[in-house]
Design a protein around this ligand. Structure first.
Ligand code: GRF
Length: 201
């Protein structure tokens, strides 16, 4: 089982996932990181951890379809079985979602981590939303990716409590630590499900 990663930013979830592959919590090989712009911090993580990467800046392509065809070519060239979005700030089109669709799983082989309960909040700013909404706790979610924005079936969730003196930075730091524990567990769970479905057919 070979994993592909798509990232746009810092790359802390990427690091958590690759480390989990290295220490056996995820039983899969980290295959390739694809980033959509050259300044992504995730590139530094890949270099440090010896993960091959490709920079495919979206601005180099005339439209989303052409950009995704370039991503799909890398997915096929590297034989990636499962794509993990780790702070990837683009919506995937039906083309890429369809390419990764696994009929036995009934889902696309693409997962994402979202900084909120996807049923309550969709978008990029889950921690800010939780803070501004005055919640006493929020959640982080690993979900399958479909064509919608954070609308795919939920794989796993974990609670992040808010504290009275939280600001965005504190909450985000605490939330990311929860993400880093949840995402590897959820990925391993999906891998086991994929393997048991393969064995059953
Ligand atoms: C995380 O909060 C994740 O939930 C969201 O984007 C952020 C990415 O952070 N999808 P990092 O790049 O993994 O540090």
């Amino acid at each position: 089982m070979k994993l592909g990663f798509l990232a746009s930013g810092r790359g802390s979830n990427l690091e958590a996932l690759v480390r989990a592959c290295h220490d056996g919590r995820i039983q899969a090989e980290p295959g390739l990181l694809i980033v959509d712009h050259p300044e992504a911090g995730a590139l530094g993580v890949a270099e440090r951890l010896g993960l091959p990467y490709r920079v495919l800046p979206s601005r180099d392509y005339p439209d989303r379809a052409a950009h995704e065809r370039a991503i799909a070519a890398e997915v096929q060239r590297h034989g990636l079985d499962l794509l993990l979005l780790a702070g990837y700030r683009r919506l995937l089109s039906p083309f890429l979602v369809g390419l990764m669709f696994d009929a036995r799983l009934g889902q696309s082989r693409i997962l994402n981590i979202h900084p909120a309960d996807t049923r309550a909040y969709q978008g990029l700013h889950g921690y800010r939303w939780a803070l501004e909404s005055g919640l006493s706790q929020t959640a982080v979610t690993v979900h399958y990716v479909d064509e919608g924005m954070d609308t795919g079936a939920i794989v796993a969730q974990a609670v992040v409590p808010l504290e009275p003196d939280d600001d965005l930075e504190r909450l985000q730091r605490r939330g990311l630590a929860v993400e880093h524990a949840l995402y590897p567990r959820a990925v391993q769970q999906v891998i086991e499900e994929m393997q048991s479905l393969c064995a059953a057919f």
